[in-house]
Write a protein that binds this ligand. Sequence first.
Ligand SMILES: Nc1ncnc2c1ncn2[C@@H]1O[C@H](COP(=O)(O)OP(=O)(O)OP(=O)(O)O)[C@@H](O)[C@H]1O
Length: 257
Amino acid sequence: MLDMSERPDVLRVEGVSKSFHSGVVALEGLSLDVRGGDFISLLGPSGCGKSTALRLIADLLKPTRGRITWAGKQAAGDLGVVFQEATLMPWATVKHNVWLPFRLRGKTYEEVKDEVLEALKLVGLEKFQDSYPRELSGGMKMRVSIARAMVTRPRLILMDEPFAALDEITRFRLNNDLLMLKEKIGCTVVFVTHSVFESVFLSDRIVVMAARPGRIIQELIVNAPYPRDEAFRTSAEYAAHCREASDALHLAMEEPA
Ligand SMILES: Nc1ncnc2c1ncn2[C@@H]1O[C@H](COP(=O)(O)OP(=O)(O)OP(=O)(O)O)[C@@H](O)[C@H]1O
Protein backbone atom coordinates (compact mmCIF):
# COMPACT_ATOMS: atom_id res chain seq x y z
CA MET A 1 0.00 0.00 0.00
CA LEU A 2 1.23 3.50 -0.80
CA ASP A 3 2.69 5.40 2.12
CA MET A 4 0.00 7.99 2.97
CA SER A 5 2.55 10.79 3.27
CA GLU A 6 3.40 10.21 -0.43
CA ARG A 7 -0.14 10.73 -1.65
CA PRO A 8 -1.00 14.13 -3.06
CA ASP A 9 -3.25 16.32 -0.95
CA VAL A 10 -6.85 16.75 -2.10
CA LEU A 11 -8.18 18.95 0.64
CA ARG A 12 -7.17 20.34 4.01
CA VAL A 13 -9.56 21.12 6.86
CA GLU A 14 -7.84 23.38 9.40
CA GLY A 15 -9.26 24.19 12.84
CA VAL A 16 -12.85 24.31 11.58
CA SER A 17 -15.60 25.15 14.06
CA LYS A 18 -19.30 25.54 13.33
CA SER A 19 -21.88 27.08 15.64
CA PHE A 20 -25.52 27.49 14.69
CA HIS A 21 -27.76 30.46 15.60
CA SER A 22 -29.48 28.18 18.10
CA GLY A 23 -26.24 28.25 20.11
CA VAL A 24 -25.37 24.63 19.27
CA VAL A 25 -21.65 24.15 18.72
CA ALA A 26 -21.84 21.39 16.12
CA LEU A 27 -18.07 21.18 15.55
CA GLU A 28 -15.02 22.51 17.31
CA GLY A 29 -11.45 22.60 15.98
CA LEU A 30 -11.81 19.97 13.27
CA SER A 31 -8.59 19.37 11.33
CA LEU A 32 -8.21 16.74 8.64
CA ASP A 33 -5.98 16.21 5.62
CA VAL A 34 -7.62 14.30 2.79
CA ARG A 35 -5.12 12.70 0.41
CA GLY A 36 -5.62 11.18 -3.03
CA GLY A 37 -6.98 7.64 -2.81
CA ASP A 38 -8.00 7.91 0.85
CA PHE A 39 -11.13 6.18 2.02
CA ILE A 40 -11.89 8.05 5.24
CA SER A 41 -14.84 7.21 7.47
CA LEU A 42 -16.19 9.68 9.99
CA LEU A 43 -17.50 7.42 12.75
CA GLY A 44 -19.30 8.71 15.80
CA PRO A 45 -22.48 8.84 17.84
CA SER A 46 -25.55 10.75 16.76
CA GLY A 47 -25.08 14.50 16.92
CA CYS A 48 -21.26 14.56 16.87
CA GLY A 49 -21.22 16.73 13.76
CA LYS A 50 -20.44 14.16 11.04
CA SER A 51 -23.02 15.54 8.59
CA THR A 52 -22.08 19.09 9.48
CA ALA A 53 -18.45 18.27 8.60
CA LEU A 54 -19.54 16.91 5.20
CA ARG A 55 -21.75 19.91 4.52
CA LEU A 56 -18.84 22.23 5.34
CA ILE A 57 -16.52 20.31 2.98
CA ALA A 58 -19.22 20.45 0.28
CA ASP A 59 -19.44 24.23 0.82
CA LEU A 60 -23.15 23.91 1.68
CA LEU A 61 -22.31 25.56 5.03
CA LYS A 62 -19.68 28.14 5.96
CA PRO A 63 -17.38 27.55 8.94
CA THR A 64 -17.67 29.87 11.93
CA ARG A 65 -13.90 29.57 12.34
CA GLY A 66 -11.07 27.87 10.49
CA ARG A 67 -10.76 27.08 6.81
CA ILE A 68 -11.10 24.39 4.18
CA THR A 69 -8.66 24.55 1.29
CA TRP A 70 -8.52 22.45 -1.88
CA ALA A 71 -5.10 21.55 -3.18
CA GLY A 72 -4.73 23.17 -6.59
CA LYS A 73 -7.48 24.85 -8.51
CA GLN A 74 -10.98 23.56 -7.87
CA ALA A 75 -13.10 22.94 -10.95
CA ALA A 76 -16.81 22.21 -11.48
CA GLY A 77 -17.36 18.49 -11.12
CA ASP A 78 -14.53 18.06 -8.60
CA LEU A 79 -16.97 17.02 -5.93
CA GLY A 80 -19.63 14.30 -5.90
CA VAL A 81 -22.11 13.89 -3.05
CA VAL A 82 -24.28 10.92 -2.04
CA PHE A 83 -26.87 11.35 0.70
CA GLN A 84 -28.76 8.80 2.79
CA GLU A 85 -31.74 9.20 0.48
CA ALA A 86 -31.02 8.56 -3.19
CA THR A 87 -32.67 11.95 -4.02
CA LEU A 88 -33.46 10.98 -7.62
CA MET A 89 -35.80 12.99 -9.84
CA PRO A 90 -38.89 10.72 -10.07
CA TRP A 91 -39.97 12.13 -13.43
CA ALA A 92 -36.64 11.40 -15.13
CA THR A 93 -35.21 8.11 -16.36
CA VAL A 94 -32.15 6.56 -14.73
CA LYS A 95 -29.81 7.83 -17.46
CA HIS A 96 -31.25 11.34 -17.25
CA ASN A 97 -30.77 11.33 -13.46
CA VAL A 98 -27.12 10.41 -13.92
CA TRP A 99 -26.74 13.11 -16.58
CA LEU A 100 -27.75 15.81 -14.02
CA PRO A 101 -24.27 17.02 -12.88
CA PHE A 102 -23.30 17.54 -16.53
CA ARG A 103 -26.65 19.14 -17.37
CA LEU A 104 -26.11 21.69 -14.60
CA ARG A 105 -22.87 22.58 -16.39
CA GLY A 106 -24.66 23.14 -19.70
CA LYS A 107 -23.81 19.81 -21.39
CA THR A 108 -26.44 18.08 -23.54
CA TYR A 109 -27.16 14.40 -22.97
CA GLU A 110 -25.69 13.52 -26.38
CA GLU A 111 -22.40 15.22 -25.49
CA VAL A 112 -21.88 13.11 -22.37
CA LYS A 113 -23.84 9.96 -23.22
CA ASP A 114 -20.70 7.78 -23.15
CA GLU A 115 -19.72 8.96 -19.66
CA VAL A 116 -23.29 8.44 -18.37
CA LEU A 117 -23.48 4.89 -19.76
CA GLU A 118 -20.00 4.07 -18.44
CA ALA A 119 -21.04 5.24 -14.94
CA LEU A 120 -24.18 3.08 -15.12
CA LYS A 121 -22.10 0.13 -16.26
CA LEU A 122 -19.74 0.59 -13.30
CA VAL A 123 -22.66 0.29 -10.87
CA GLY A 124 -24.16 -2.64 -12.82
CA LEU A 125 -27.27 -0.80 -14.03
CA GLU A 126 -26.70 -0.28 -17.75
CA LYS A 127 -29.77 -2.43 -18.52
CA PHE A 128 -31.93 -0.09 -16.45
CA GLN A 129 -30.90 3.16 -18.15
CA ASP A 130 -34.44 3.80 -19.44
CA SER A 131 -36.24 2.80 -16.24
CA TYR A 132 -37.77 5.28 -13.81
CA PRO A 133 -36.75 5.44 -10.12
CA ARG A 134 -40.14 4.01 -9.01
CA GLU A 135 -39.28 0.81 -10.88
CA LEU A 136 -36.09 0.25 -8.85
CA SER A 137 -35.35 -1.28 -5.44
CA GLY A 138 -33.77 0.82 -2.66
CA GLY A 139 -30.33 -0.63 -3.39
CA MET A 140 -30.66 0.08 -7.11
CA LYS A 141 -31.72 3.67 -6.44
CA MET A 142 -28.61 4.08 -4.30
CA ARG A 143 -26.48 2.70 -7.15
CA VAL A 144 -27.97 5.35 -9.45
CA SER A 145 -27.16 8.00 -6.87
CA ILE A 146 -23.55 6.73 -6.72
CA ALA A 147 -23.31 6.70 -10.53
CA ARG A 148 -24.55 10.30 -10.56
CA ALA A 149 -21.95 11.32 -7.95
CA MET A 150 -19.07 9.78 -9.89
CA VAL A 151 -20.09 10.50 -13.47
CA THR A 152 -17.86 13.60 -13.64
CA ARG A 153 -14.96 11.61 -12.11
CA PRO A 154 -14.73 14.01 -9.15
CA ARG A 155 -11.56 14.42 -7.12
CA LEU A 156 -13.57 13.78 -3.97
CA ILE A 157 -16.81 11.90 -3.24
CA LEU A 158 -18.67 12.67 0.00
CA MET A 159 -21.12 10.03 1.22
CA ASP A 160 -23.46 10.68 4.14
CA GLU A 161 -24.70 7.32 5.52
CA PRO A 162 -25.66 6.17 2.02
CA PHE A 163 -26.53 2.60 3.02
CA ALA A 164 -28.12 3.20 6.43
CA ALA A 165 -31.68 2.65 5.18
CA LEU A 166 -30.90 -0.58 3.33
CA ASP A 167 -31.23 -4.16 4.59
CA GLU A 168 -28.03 -5.83 5.76
CA ILE A 169 -27.46 -8.08 2.72
CA THR A 170 -27.92 -5.20 0.29
CA ARG A 171 -25.67 -3.06 2.45
CA PHE A 172 -22.87 -5.68 2.39
CA ARG A 173 -23.23 -6.03 -1.36
CA LEU A 174 -23.04 -2.28 -1.87
CA ASN A 175 -20.02 -2.09 0.45
CA ASN A 176 -18.25 -4.68 -1.74
CA ASP A 177 -19.29 -2.93 -4.94
CA LEU A 178 -18.23 0.47 -3.65
CA LEU A 179 -14.71 -0.82 -3.00
CA MET A 180 -14.60 -2.41 -6.44
CA LEU A 181 -15.69 0.88 -7.95
CA LYS A 182 -13.05 2.74 -5.98
CA GLU A 183 -10.36 0.41 -7.31
CA LYS A 184 -11.58 0.90 -10.87
CA ILE A 185 -11.82 4.69 -10.89
CA GLY A 186 -9.31 5.47 -8.12
CA CYS A 187 -11.51 8.01 -6.34
CA THR A 188 -11.07 9.56 -2.89
CA VAL A 189 -13.96 9.16 -0.45
CA VAL A 190 -15.07 10.73 2.83
CA PHE A 191 -17.86 8.54 4.21
CA VAL A 192 -20.12 9.11 7.21
CA THR A 193 -21.37 6.10 9.15
CA HIS A 194 -22.59 4.95 12.56
CA SER A 195 -21.42 1.42 11.81
CA VAL A 196 -18.11 0.13 13.16
CA PHE A 197 -18.29 -2.89 10.78
CA GLU A 198 -18.91 -0.77 7.72
CA SER A 199 -16.18 1.72 8.62
CA VAL A 200 -13.57 -1.04 9.10
CA PHE A 201 -14.53 -2.88 5.92
CA LEU A 202 -14.39 0.21 3.73
CA SER A 203 -11.79 2.57 5.13
CA ASP A 204 -8.08 2.95 5.38
CA ARG A 205 -8.59 5.79 7.90
CA ILE A 206 -11.33 5.97 10.53
CA VAL A 207 -11.82 9.32 12.19
CA VAL A 208 -13.67 8.76 15.47
CA MET A 209 -15.70 11.74 16.68
CA ALA A 210 -17.38 12.66 19.97
CA ALA A 211 -20.33 15.02 20.52
CA ARG A 212 -21.02 18.28 22.39
CA PRO A 213 -19.02 19.82 20.91
CA GLY A 214 -18.36 17.65 17.85
CA ARG A 215 -14.66 16.89 17.61
CA ILE A 216 -12.15 14.24 16.58
CA ILE A 217 -10.99 12.07 19.45
CA GLN A 218 -9.00 9.43 17.63
CA GLU A 219 -7.83 8.38 14.18
CA LEU A 220 -7.44 4.68 13.41
CA ILE A 221 -5.58 3.22 10.46
CA VAL A 222 -6.91 0.04 8.83
CA ASN A 223 -3.83 -1.10 6.96
CA ALA A 224 -5.38 -4.14 5.29
CA PRO A 225 -4.73 -4.09 1.55
CA TYR A 226 -7.43 -3.50 -1.06
CA PRO A 227 -9.26 -5.13 -2.72
CA ARG A 228 -11.08 -6.43 0.35
CA ASP A 229 -13.65 -9.18 0.11
CA GLU A 230 -15.61 -11.68 2.16
CA ALA A 231 -12.35 -13.32 3.28
CA PHE A 232 -11.36 -10.01 4.91
CA ARG A 233 -14.81 -9.69 6.52
CA THR A 234 -14.33 -13.01 8.29
CA SER A 235 -10.63 -12.57 9.16
CA ALA A 236 -9.06 -12.18 12.61
CA GLU A 237 -7.53 -8.93 11.34
CA TYR A 238 -10.98 -7.51 10.57
CA ALA A 239 -12.27 -8.59 14.00
CA ALA A 240 -9.29 -6.92 15.70
CA HIS A 241 -9.87 -3.64 13.83
CA CYS A 242 -13.59 -3.78 14.70
CA ARG A 243 -12.72 -4.21 18.37
CA GLU A 244 -10.35 -1.25 18.22
CA ALA A 245 -12.94 0.94 16.48
CA SER A 246 -15.67 -0.20 18.85
CA ASP A 247 -13.53 0.68 21.89
CA ALA A 248 -12.85 4.13 20.41
CA LEU A 249 -16.58 4.62 19.77
CA HIS A 250 -17.44 3.64 23.34
CA LEU A 251 -14.88 6.13 24.57
CA ALA A 252 -16.48 8.78 22.32
CA MET A 253 -19.88 8.05 23.86
CA GLU A 254 -18.55 8.24 27.41
CA GLU A 255 -16.84 11.61 26.91
CA PRO A 256 -18.45 14.09 29.32
CA ALA A 257 -20.91 16.53 27.76
N1 LIG B 1 -29.07 23.68 10.70
C1 LIG B 1 -28.88 23.45 12.00
N2 LIG B 1 -29.31 24.32 12.93
C2 LIG B 1 -29.11 24.09 14.23
N3 LIG B 1 -28.49 23.01 14.75
C3 LIG B 1 -28.04 22.10 13.86
C4 LIG B 1 -28.21 22.25 12.44
N4 LIG B 1 -27.65 21.19 11.82
C5 LIG B 1 -27.16 20.39 12.80
N5 LIG B 1 -27.39 20.94 14.02
C6 LIG B 1 -26.98 20.38 15.32
O1 LIG B 1 -25.57 20.19 15.26
C7 LIG B 1 -25.21 18.98 15.93
C8 LIG B 1 -24.48 18.08 14.95
O2 LIG B 1 -25.42 17.62 13.97
P1 LIG B 1 -25.00 16.65 12.76
O3 LIG B 1 -26.24 16.39 11.97
O4 LIG B 1 -23.84 17.21 12.05
O5 LIG B 1 -24.56 15.35 13.57
P2 LIG B 1 -24.35 13.86 13.06
O6 LIG B 1 -23.14 13.36 13.75
O7 LIG B 1 -24.33 13.83 11.56
O8 LIG B 1 -25.64 13.15 13.62
P3 LIG B 1 -26.47 11.88 13.05
O9 LIG B 1 -25.50 10.74 13.10
O10 LIG B 1 -27.60 11.74 13.99
O11 LIG B 1 -26.88 12.22 11.65
C9 LIG B 1 -26.50 18.38 16.46
O12 LIG B 1 -26.66 18.78 17.80
C10 LIG B 1 -27.57 19.01 15.60
O13 LIG B 1 -28.80 19.10 16.27
